[in-house]
Design a protein around this ligand. Structure first.
Ligand code: NAP
Ligand code: NAG
Ligand code: NAG
Length: 378
């Protein structure tokens, strides 16, 4: 029973939602193939491959970049990114700057996080300082559920670009398969607090996502929170294949079946909430914490590393791309210090044993949607 996380109930969400402002509401909604050191059946990982040859002048000898991995369209994504859900507008600019200084080149954002302007300010500052060029960065955003009608997609994408102050995104994701009623804010609800849905079909949404690529607004497109049946339905008609499925993965929710499904179809899995999101608005003080877990700690001690390091390393060695969130510069710098050690197969086996079906981001408020993804096993 160790590590059991209480599954999020609709009641939790409602309580959290009521107790909070739209800012918190936004938070609720947020809610394969490669060689990783030790995984021999895939393509080689590339260290600093965004730069040809020598270390660029602005990187001193201590700045290490995360390696990249190749997506199914030939583009590359750094295997570690900075998450920005729940990062307050007043702190996320500094977080993005600290991350870029520390060697992060991949930032994960979304319209619904309501902080894209401030994320963009951090990016702009580091480009202006000459620390990075735009093409060195991999910037992801997500289409929110209330903009699934095909005629709304390009506009939503342009709004995100304007907020970020960018002229293209590296990756744009369909945030969730469910479509919300249009024109009534981010979380449209009736007077009893029941979520209102739209009849938009994500297959039609996808056609408009493809248009974003054709228009040059985004380099790659993908999905998030799609189950295997939804992926199959999409793959049957997609002209442009999704490069990734961004899903919740951590030691307490190992997702082995959905990861294999994606890997077999050359779809990279991006691992969200790698630490099981200790700052999720509905967390209870008694919920167990992966970052203090004694089994993970025993492995961490062997390498003189932290639980966070072991978890990130575990996710990368399993072939996923974790996107840990932090607004604390020391943690941001620490979380990228994972490319100087390797977990053994025995360590991995121990970590595999921690699964407790602990989904912390089930989005139960949207359970009534026909496209809510968690009604089947994977
Ligand atoms: N597609 C989706 O539907 C979806 C859903 C959820 C999340 N995401 C993405 O995934 C990202 C990560 O997930 P998440 O934000 O839910 O949670 P997470 O990354 O699992 O955990 C974030 C929490 O861990 C703390 N933390 C970070 N590094 C730490 C360290 N080294 N030691 C101790 N504590 C540490 C952070 O604290 P401080 O910030 O205070 O330092 C924060 O409280 C999100 O930000 C978002 O970009 C996507
Ligand atoms: C190198 O850059 C890192 C990250 O920006 C910084 O923390 C460190 O102090 C720098 N070291 C030197 C010798 O300038
Ligand atoms: C994942 O967890 C399940 C139990 O939920 C377990 O049977 C399986 O061995 C685990 N697999 C991996 C690869 O972690």
């Amino acid at each position: 029973m160790r590590l059991l996380l209480t599954p999020l109930s609709a009641a939790h969400l409602t309580v959290a939602a009521k107790a909070a402002t739209t800012e918190i509401l936004a938070l609720l909604g947020s809610g394969c193939h490669r060689r990783l050191i030790g995984d021999s059946d895939s393509a080689p990982i590339r260290r600093q491959s965004r730069f040809s040859g020598a270390v660029p002048h602005y990187l001193n000898m201590t700045t290490k970049l995360a390696p990249t991995v190749r997506l199914n369209n030939g583009k590359e994504i750094p295997v570690l990114g900075l998450g920005t859900w729940k990062s307050k507008p007043g702190e996320v600019t500094e977080a993005v700057k600290a991350a870029i200084d520390a060697g992060y080149r991949h930032i994960d954002g979304a319209h619904v996080y309501e902080n894209e302007k401030e994320v963009g300010e951090g990016i702009k500052a580091k480009i202006e300082e000459g620390v990075v060029k735009r093409e060195d960065l991999f910037i992801t955003s997500k289409l929110w559920n209330a903009y699934h009608k095909p005629e709304l997609v390009v506009g939503a994408c342009k709004r995100t670009l304007a907020d970020l102050g960018l002229d293209y995104l590296d990756l744009y994701l369909v945030h969730w398969p469910m479509a919300f009623k249009e024109g009534q804010g981010l979380f449209p609800m009736d007077k009893d607090g029941k979520m209102l849905f739209s009849d938009a079909d994500y297959l039609d949404t996808w056609k408009a996502m493809e248009e974003c690529v054709q228009m040059g607004l985004v380099k790659s497109i993908g999905v998030s929170n799609f189950n295997s049946e939804q992926l199959a339905r999409l793959l049957a008609v997609a002209k442009i294949k999704p490069v990734t499925n961004q899903i919740e993965v951590h030691p307490c929710l190992n997702q082995s079946k959905l990861i294999s499904y994606c890997k077999e179809r050359d779809i990279l899995v991006t691992a969200y909430s790698p630490f099981a999101s200790p700052d999720r608005p509905w967390a209870k003080p008694t919920d167990p914490s992966l970052l203090d877990d004694p089994v993970i700690k025993a492995i961490a001690d062997k390498y003189k590393k932290s639980n966070a390091h072991v978890i990130l390393r575990y996710l990368i060695q399993r072939g996923t791309v974790p996107i840990p969130k932090s607004v604390t510069p020391s943690r941001i710098r620490s979380n990228i210090e994972i490319f100087d050690f390797e977990l053994t197969p025995e360590d991995i086996k121990v970590l595999d044993g921690l699964d407790c079906n602990g989904r912390i981001c089930p989005f139960n408020e949207a359970k009534e949607s026909k496209d809510w993804p968690f009604n089947i096993e994977f």
